[in-house]
Design a protein around this ligand. Structure first.
Ligand code: KIV
Ligand code: ZN
Length: 385
């Protein structure tokens, strides 16, 4: 039986902190409801101590959305934790996500303290959070660059203090997939109380590896993956939820499954992109405008004969419109004939040869040929429906 992976969505926290992506409370509730329908397990709703507006959004989300766990971020500080507990007081299932730097770079240069002091602060934060919410997740910030043995001690310490989930973030997006996978495996094998908590993957995309790293973590024992819709987030972004969901669905032999209703992926992608004023690149995996568009003659011919020659997913499975055949000067006769038939023109071989020559002239001029252009082409060649 497949192992159930928990999906922790941080679109409203790591995603929303991107300049220009800020949402008001009403918009956040709309996104949270859509995430609930999508089937995520945890919604990270905000960072309550950061502003009264964020505090209020977390409160309102806990009232409007009750199935997923609602989570709030804090630093490892008592004031943050108490404020987050207050913001989460109406949640059916509440979680505080608290944490502190784990790499020497963070400990020495940002926090200006010692490893021993960090362990004490980490344990104290978890104990405090345990008093005010149902679940506690601890993040070992910059775990990707932390000393591995110290990281293992930190994980052991916070689990002993009561953490239910321990997040191993590759905060700077530095790691390679095999390194991140090995790091998770090391923790699974070397932390004595690891059976008392689950590990979570939180990857950033600075080298374009966030999704690959997350999958490496899941295949090495992490049970939770942290992601955002369209991969939005700090700098180059976070792991894209839609990519993880479809990778696990397309590779069932991995034995990992989520609760995501994949048919809702494209609709929520559009919603988040519009609301956050963050356009999705056309060639973005799963949700980009061109993800199911075929434009070269060779691909179009194969696709028209048998869809699976050039598609590994059915667009309907992710809620996308039907695959499209784009007409450009790189298209072949098969694609032209297919599009003409779609709009009602049935051509003989000679008619198609003639139309194709004219079509190439047109496509060189226009770059992309649409249905109105095809009607014009048929008028020129005096072909009627
Ligand atoms: O990238 C990171 O380390 C974070 C933590 C706050 C979890 O976003
Ligand atoms: Zn992050």
């Amino acid at each position: 039986m497949a192992k159930r992976i928990y999906v922790f969505d941080t679109t409203l926290r790591d995603g929303e902190q991107v300049p220009g992506c800020q949402l008001n409370t009403e918009e956040k509730i709309t996104v949270a409801k859509a995430l609930d329908e999508l089937g995520v397990d945890v919604i990270e709703a905000g960072f309550p101590v950061s502003s009264p507006g964020d505090f209020n959004s977390v409160v309102e989300i806990t009232k409007a959305v009750t199935r997923p766990t609602i989570c709030a971020l804090t630093r490892a500080k008592e004031v943050d934790i108490n404020v987050a507990g207050e913001a989460l007081r109406f949640a059916k299932r509440s979680r505080i996500h608290t944490g502190i730097g784990s790499s020497d770079i963070h400990i020495q240069h940002k926090l200006r303290t010692t490893r021993e002091n960090i362990l004490e602060m980490a344990a104290a934060a978890v104990r405090q959070a345990k008093k005010v919410v149902h679940e506690v997740e601890f993040f070992c910030e910059d775990a990707g660059r932390a000393d591995q043995e110290f990281l293992a001690r930190m994980v052991e310490t916070v689990i002993a203090a009561g953490a239910d989930v321990v997040n191993i973030p590759d905060t700077t997006g530095y790691m390679l997939p095999w390194q991140y996978g090995e790091r998770i495996k090391y923790l699974m094998n070397n932390v004595p109380n690891i059976d008392k908590a689950i590990l979570s993957a939180h990857c950033h995309n600075d080298l374009g590896l966030a999704t690959a790293n997350s999958i490496a973590a899941l295949t090495n024992g992490a049970m939770q993956v942290e992601c955002t819709i369209n991969g939005i987030g700090e700098r180059a972004g976070n792991t894209a939820l839609e990519e993880v969901a479809m990778i696990l669905q397309c590779h069932p032999y991995l034995g990992l499954e989520t609760n995501i209703n994949t048919k809702k992926l494209v609709p929520i992608s559009h919603m988040v992109s519009t609301m956050m004023r963050m356009p999705v690149q056309s060639n973005k995996a799963i949700v980009g405008r061109n993800a199911f568009a075929h434009s070269s003659g060779i691909h179009q011919d194969g696709f028209l004969k048998h869809r699976e020659t050039y598609e590994i997913m059915d667009p309907a499975d992710v809620g996308a419109d039907a695959s499209s055949i784009l007409l450009t000067a790189r298209s072949g006769r098969a694609a032209l004939n297919h599009r003409l038939a779609n709009i009602g023109y049935m051509l003989s071989k000679d008619q198609l040869d003639d139309a194709y020559k004219r079509f190439l002239d047109m496509a060189d001029r226009l770059k992309q040929v649409d249905d109105d252009h095809l009607h014009e082409l048929m008028r020129e060649t005096e072909i009627v429906k």
